[in-house]
Ligand binder design. Structure first.
Ligand code: ZN
Ligand code: ZN
Length: 377
């Protein structure tokens, strides 16, 4: 698996710089730790980046100084990096950096800066007579992150591929008489055995009536015959997330439950078939939703069809119905997201089937390949 190289980081920074240019900004203050990692390779929990037209100014405290120096000797060294040591407060250090490098129109990530922090920056800049203007920006780095580069695709492909073994272990743990919690423990141990650094989120094992709750975690309920069992899990590999859902059943299974499975299966196939460059995110959602609506299950599908995957488990693009707060996005080769329609009947049970897909030049590659036909155990 090729790690991100200096060339990958340079290309990511170039895309963000183009956006800054279009917004007439001299610099972007990047406060999201995930965005800092994406642009510099610095994976510490603290760190601030000031990206200008020529330089990446990384502000870190002493805990990360040596780690940054070491990674600057590696093939993944951040290009044109200048490191600033933060002796005390990051906000103080940020103002010092901005004053020293002489930028005036400064963008910040509105989604990642509190009102209190922004107010402090403004007041402190005034007190120092700094001629700077802080301007809110929205999803500048997140939009760049939505389209993965070759190193990210290689990592995401491998992260998805390794779920095959975990699916086998998960299904092997499902039987009448075991608790949801026991199945979740088997899944998490299989994730570790497959080499993931950690689960990407709290593993979901939702059985019987619990399977009708899309975000049920895993509890004390004992699995029993006739249950639908939703298994939703993923692992983080080299920082990148994978995410997969399979619904299995413990026989004998009612015709209603089989029908529910068949409908979700068909909806999922329809959405995967709709994925290709130029198609809008809302059209992919509609492909799944129409199948379920045609079977009277429109109201049983209460969530979006999918979400982007990358350094975060939920990122751009969002595969949803048209929403007033979210413009539809045309798909572009290199986007990676989940396709996970579901149908949930309160008190009865639910089905969800989820795969990770990569948009290619002429369609998509399904990265998660575990069988998705109904398995009755
Ligand atoms: Zn999932
Ligand atoms: Zn998901």
């Amino acid at each position: 698996m090729p790690p991100s190289t200096t060339a990958h980081l340079a290309a990511r920074q170039a895309r963000v710089r183009q956006a800054l240019d279009a917004l007439s900004l001299d610099a972007l203050v990047v406060t999201s730790a995930t965005n800092v990692r994406y642009l510099t390779g610095h994976a510490g929990s603290a760190g601030l980046l000031v990206l200008t037209a020529k330089t990446a100014h990384l502000l870190v405290d002493f805990r990360y100084r040596d780690a940054v120096q070491m990674s600057q000797q590696s093939p993944g060294a951040c290009p044109d990096l200048r490191t600033w040591e933060v002796p005390g407060s990051y906000d103080e250090a940020l103002l010092g950096c901005l004053a020293a490098i002489g930028v005036s129109a400064i963008g910040f990530e509105a989604a990642h800066v509190t009102v209190a922090t922004h107010e402090w920056w403004r007041t402190a800049a005034d007190a120092r007579r700094l001629a700077v203007a802080f301007r809110p920006t929205t999803a500048v780095v997140e939009q760049a992150r939505a389209v993965k580069d070759a190193s990210e695709i290689a990592t995401l492909r491998e992260a998805a591929r390794r779920l095959d073994d975990v699916v086998r272990a998960a299904i092997g743990a499902v039987r009448a008489g075991v608790r949801e919690r026991d199945v979740a423990a088997a899944i998490e141990s299989a994730l570790r055995a497959a080499g993931y650094e950690r689960p990407a989120f709290d593993t979901i094992v939702a059985s019987g009536p619990h399977s009708a709750l899309p975000h049920h975690r895993a509890g004390e309920r004992m699995l029993g015959s006739g249950d639908l069992v939703v298994l939703d899990f993923g692992g983080v590999l080299d920082g990148y997330c994978s995410d997969l859902t399979r619904t299995v059943a413990i026989g004998p299974l009612s015709p209603e439950a089989r029908g529910l499975y068949a409908a979700v299966y068909e909806a999922q196939q329809a959405a995967v078939a709709a994925v290709r460059p130029g198609v809008e995110t809302t059209a992919v959602d509609a492909a799944a939703r129409q199948v379920l609506e045609a079977r009277g299950l429109g109201a049983a599908f209460g969530h979006g069809t999918g979400h982007g995957l990358g350094l975060e488990i939920h990122e751009e693009p969002r595969i949803t119905r048209p929403r007033s707060d979210l413009a539809p996005v045309p798909l572009v080769p290199g986007m990676v997201f989940t396709i996970e329609p579901g149908a949930y009947l309160s008190g009865f049970g639910g089905v969800r089937i989820e795969d990770d897909v990569l948009v290619t030049e002429d369609g998509c590659e399904v990265l998660t390949t575990a069988p998705r036909e109904l398995q009755i155990l």
